[in-house]
Design a protein around this ligand. Sequence first.
Ligand SMILES: [Zn+2]
Length: 212
Amino acid sequence: MNALDAVLQKSFPSVMVPRNEAVPPLTVAGERLLIASNGIWLEVFRPWIRVVRCIARYDVRTAIPYGEVAESTELLCGAVPGEHVAAFYQIARAALPNEAGAWIVWNNHTREFRIVALPSLSHGPGHLVYERPILRDGESVMLDCHSHGSGASFFSRTDNDDDRHDVKLALVLGHCDRAPSVALRLCAKGIFEKHDGIPGTWQAALDAEVTA
Ligand SMILES: [Zn+2]
């Protein structure tokens, strides 16, 4: 095969799922397609998460002699401590009436989280353009936070465009001039899954910040 396609296919392979044994999971950061009897699945692995989701079903009931795959999510880094979410709320409040952004990154060498404020190149009440900080060795962006100033928290069309290629959790804080509203979702290569609310530890940390 030509060199260009060989590189592309190696970077994003397809696997014929066996019927009689499990597929060994991905262990290096990347993506691949799992071709199974119950559809085509996307497997995404990062040091902090593994996600398997169905992205296509067959139009024809033909016999596919492969095994089945099940949806799964493994959060390998554990829960983000509430203090980092509270720290982002402080950043968002200080930036009012403008929007603000921060990354909560996870280091798979030290297995620790830290918050990285995003220096904005241009920001206003309705938009945010920032310079992507350089991360330390072993770090990945795990929770991408931005605020909507004093506006409502939701994922806008711009957010959808920005998040389409990423693998992360995305958090929006709205109404930062009072008790903030929240929106949280998982982004995995174009898959968006909105969560109901946020983890209790995050909510408690935000509540403590508001009453402080
Ligand atoms: Zn937004």
